[in-house]
Write a protein that binds this ligand. Structure first.
Ligand code: 26Y
Length: 803
């Protein structure tokens, strides 16, 4: 799909006239944005249709990736890159006096997710299309994306994110593909005259589910897959039943907001309804599609794989059963065998509070028929297991117990594959968290270490480094990420190392300008850019980072002549709106930033920048400029992490605990090219077993640590006494759940090592190069290939144009 400059300009100006009757000079940046977006969509539309028809005619098996979150960010630049248009469009627009970067900034982020889980789903969508794999996304078209974060007096304030207010050029509403979804009411089995039983669902609330499809353009391969997001509406024939605004609002609310919490409780019933809504709509549309194309449902497992991304879509299991058994009159045993073959499940967390559990009463009232089916699955599970294993195991693994429905149990029992997202995480699932299930179904457990769409995180985000790579190792890495390894040939090449330094400097200077524009803070762009970007959560330990900064500050105040390796600490993080403790940490970081950034005596040695509204598009600005990647979660808590991979790819040195995929990064680069500190997972578990961690002892026995902790409450940091006390108490009164004090000294030593390494630029650059060269193994292209081969059993489609 290439295009000449002349032809592009002609098409672009024609489109501008057609859409707005405007010339380039008259058009606003927004007009230019929508014009270009419309032209892009019109261009890939042909391949989109060809891809769909090809899947239908070749009868290849397809995967449907069900996820309650998708976090694609901006689409325009990614589409241009994947179409092979980016360079031509950039140059053509320049001829017309337009800077493409200005237009790209107009696009709102598509932020239909909280963090890692949603971004992983979007990296996978990019990679599935780029590998030519027949795959579709299935989710919810939230009217409001993840909240917009503002800081007011250092506090996080959440504002609505009206990403759809000016329309969305990428999506296509498909009325003809609408389905209905039933909630509430009463379900029972009615006996017919011949003695057979038929399920009846009486007085349900009926909602119309409308799909909005967005093309997922593969990387220069002609494949365009579909991300299908569902919106809820009142069915025309039901209008009469929805007379009050209140009643109508209930339906609208179904797809109104993304559950803004990535671990805590709120709006639970609505969330359960959202889950059933997109699960039912998606599953029905899959089965309808395959029936309409003449497939036999008796071997639907040869054509369809359904992936359950975390527990949120776990009701795919009973919904698939409901359709086969209730609507298609298949017998239970056959339907169950098919369900298990079709379904697979990924677990993304070991934190108990994030494993979903629903009260029986709530599930039964939201969808009584689904509840009955879950009950029957549970009954049969217990029956089948009884006598074969300990009763204790059955009790711990069954789906319904003590009035609670365990969604992870449903997903594991109802699928053929359960995977974790990094080696350590998958081992912990097998040996600890899901050990009972592992004993029941050892062959279902497997690991699929996460990956990232390296196109977005290198080619799009970091053109400066991308060009250097082209000049040094050729361009094959753009198609095959493992070819980044060719860079190893230059690890001692001074010229290349120098060019690498220059590329990083360009990115740092650019970020410094952005920081000044956004926050007014002027940073030294030759300082170490030390970056921690991720959701704000106690287990991720932004607090450890904060305590270390306090230490540096106190050191400088105590000895004004002291010289340190200058640093800019950069944070990006949203806290769940109801997560009080996380918000306290944000407030203290902001107040400390205020103190340090305005302290004349500190000069350029230390700055703190907490950028507002962390998002995919902000990450694209920060990551290329990072020198240090902070991955400091308490060992065993971070399932994988993916910002660790993005930062490594961009040449940052990882400062990490042995947690999640950090371990695999260490294995890839070797101990000399990463800085590791802190407790290991085994040591953390030993503390749990012996219940012998005493945070206070660390406070008591270290003068240095005591000074730092006391600074939280002694007025050193202004305007945050309340928050300071809360944090102080979490550490000392409540015994420091995430071992911050235990790891403090080790972290300080690791940070000193970082400063020391940085002072030897040649050594640092070599480390940086080795990180880039070894980042290819974290390409999501490889990850999805492994899912395709081991779990989904799908094959790349032939180039659609060849069919
Ligand atoms: C139960 C509900 C409140 C809930 C909502 C969202 C529970 C969990 C989540 C999101 C979890 C999540 O984002 N997990 C992250 O998934 C990434 C992709 O696998 C991992 O890299 C990361 O370590 C993990 O925290």
């Amino acid at each position: 799909m290439t295009i000449s400059k002349e032809l592009f300009k002609e098409k672009f100006m024609d489109m501008l006239t057609e859409k707005y009757a405007l010339s380039v000079e008259e058009a606003s940046p927004y007009d230019l944005y929508t014009t270009l977006a419309t032209l892009i969509r019109a261009t890939y539309a042909k391949d989109w249709g060809i891809t769909r028809r090809a899947y239908n005619t070749t009868h290849e098996k397809q995967v449907y990736y069900f996820s309650i979150e998708f976090l694609p960010g901006r689409m325009m630049k990614s589409n241009l890159l994947n179409m092979g248009w980016l360079d031509t469009v950039e140059a053509s627009l320049k001829d017309l006096g337009i800077d493409l970067e200005d237009i790209l900034e107009i696009e709102p982020d598509m932020a239909l997710g909280n963090g890692g889980l949603g971004r992983l789903a979007s990296c996978f969508m990019d990679s599935i299309a780029s590998e030519g794999l027949p795959g579709n996304g299935n989710g919810i078209r939230y009217k409001y994306g993840l909240f917009k974060q503002k800081f007011i007096d250092g506090y996080q304030v959440e504002l609505p994110n009206e990403w759809l207010s000016r329309g969305n050029t990428w999506e296509v509403r498909r009325d003809s593909k609408a389905v209905t979804v039933k909630f509430n009411g009463h379900a029972y089995l009615k006996e017919l005259e011949d003695g057979s039983l038929v399920p009846i669902h009486e007085n349900p609330t009926v909602v119309r589910a409308i799909p909005y499809d967005t093309g997922m353009v593969g990387y220069q391969n002609g494949t365009v897959n579909t991300l299908r997001l569902w919106d809820a509406e009142i069915p025309l024939e039901e209008e009469i039943n929805y007379r009050s605004i209140q009643q109508r609002r209930e339906i609208e609310d179904l797809t109104s907001v993304l559950y803004p919490d990535d671990s805590n409780e709120a709006g639970r019933r609505l969330r359960l309804m959202q889950e059933y809504f997109f699960v039912s709509a998606g599953t029905q549309s899959i089965i309808r599609h395959f029936k309409a194309n003449g497939y036999n449902l008796n071997n639907i497992d040869e054509y369809v794989a359904i992936h359950i991304n975390d527990t949120h879509p776990a009701m795919c299991v009973p919904e698939f059963m409901r359709i086969l058994v209730d609507e298609e009159q298949m017998n239970w045993e056959r339907a169950w065998a098919l369900t298990i073959k079709v379904m697979s499940y990924t677990n993304h967390t070991i934190l108990a509070e994030a494993l979903e559990k629903w009260p029986v009463e709530m599930l039964r009232s939201v969808q009584p028929r689904i509840y009955q089916i879950i009950e029957e699955i549970d009954r049969r599970f217990v029956e089948q297991m009884t006598g074969t294993i300990d009763w204790g195991i059955i009790e711990r693994t069954r789906i319904i117990s003590n009035g609670i429905v365990h969604m992870a149990h449903l997903a594991i029992i109802g699928s053929h594959s359960t995977n974790g997202v990094a080696k350590l995480h998958s081992d912990l699932l097998k040996n600890v968290v899901l050990h009972d299930f592992y004993r029941l179904y050892p062959s279902r457990f497997n690991n699929k270490t996460n990956g990232i769409a390296e196109r977005r995180w290198m080619q799009l985000a970091n053109p400066t480094l991308s060009h250097l790579l082209d000049e040094t190792i050729g361009t094959s890495w753009r198609f095959e990420a493992s070819d980044l390894y060719l860079l190893m040939n230059y690890k001692d090449d001074k010229k290349v190392l120098h060019a690498l330094a220059k590329a990083k400097q360009v990115n740092k200077t650019r970020l410094a300008k952005f920081i000044e524009k956004e926050t007014g803070v002027i940073v030294n762009d030759h300082a170490i850019f030390d970056v921690q970007i991720k959701r704000l959560h106690a287990y991720k330990r932004q607090l450890l980072n904060l305590l270390h900064i306090i230490k540096l500050y106190l050191d400088l105040k105590e000895d004004p002549k002291k010289k340190i390796q200058p640093r800019v600490f950069i944070f990006g993080a949203k806290a769940a709106p109801s997560y009080h403790y996380a918000k306290a940490i944000i407030k203290v970081i902001n107040e400390l930033a205020n103190l340090i950034n305005n302290d004349e005596s500190i000069k350029d040695q230390l700055k703190i920048v907490f950028l507002e509204n962390y998002s995919v598009s902000l990450a694209e600005k920060i990551i290329p400029a990072a020198d240090v990647s902070e991955q400091i979660s308490l060992a065993s808590k971070e399932a994988s992490g993916t910002s660790n991979m993005k930062l490594m790819l961009n040449g940052a040195i990882t400062l990490a605990t042995l947690d999640g995929a950090n371990i695999e990064i260490r294995d890839a680069v070797g101990d000399d090219n990463i800085v590791i500190f802190g407790l290991t997972e085994a040591e953390v578990y030993a503390y749990y077993e012996q219940a012998n961690y005493r945070a206070f002892e660390y406070y008591e026995s270290s003068v240095e640590l005591r000074k730092v902790i006391d600074a939280l409450i002694d007025g050193t940091i202004p305007n945050s006494s309340q928050e300071g006390i809360e944090i102080y108490d979490s550490l000392l009164k409540y015994n420091d759940e995430f071992f911050v004090l235990r790891d403090f000294a080790d972290y300080v030593a690791a940070q000193e090592k970082v400063a020391h390494l940085y002072s030897d630029q040649e050594k640092w650059l070599k480390m940086s190069l080795i990180n880039i060269a070894n980042a290819g193994r974290f390409s999501a292209d490889d990850t999805v290939k492994k899912y395709a081969e081991d779990i989904w059993r799908i094959k790349p489609n032939k180039t659609p144009q060849q069919v």
